[in-house]
Design a protein around this ligand. Structure first.
Ligand code: SF4
Ligand code: F3S
Length: 104
């Protein structure tokens, strides 16, 4: 499966949802997650994200984010079309340590 990590937080470009063939993105207040049981590992979303927030779960160090994606994909609503990103999303591009801003 592919995983969304903290690079997405407060950037939330949503280009990823436009390309997913199985619509397995779920929307939180300031980031999206991927449902690990629904993702078919096609990989097309990975290059679509402008801030490289999407990675295969085979990459090192993603255990925490895989758990978070699995947990919140069960409770957040499905999203299948791009919306307007947050007004200040540009300011959060490439900012380190955005985990503290995660909004459940
Ligand atoms: Fe969707 Fe493919 Fe990305 Fe999985 S890898 S979330 S199936 S676009
Ligand atoms: Fe987030 Fe990137 Fe999608 S910023 S909403 S994972 S395009």
């Amino acid at each position: 499966t592919y995983v969304v990590n903290d690079s997405c937080i407060r950037c939330k470009f949503m280009d990823c949802v436009e390309v997913c063939p199985v619509d397995c993105f779920y929307e939180g207040e300031n980031m999206l997650v991927i449902h690990p049981d629904e993702c078919i590992d096609c990989g097309v979303c990975e290059p679509e994200c402008p801030v490289e927030a999407i990675k295969p779960d085979t990459d090192p160090g993603l255990e925490k984010w895989l758990s978070l994606n699995a947990e919140y994909a069960k409770v957040w609503p499905n999203i299948t079309a791009k919306k307007e990103p947050p007004a200040d999303h540009k300011e959060w591009e490439g900012v380190e340590g955005k985990e503290q801003y995660f909004s459940p």
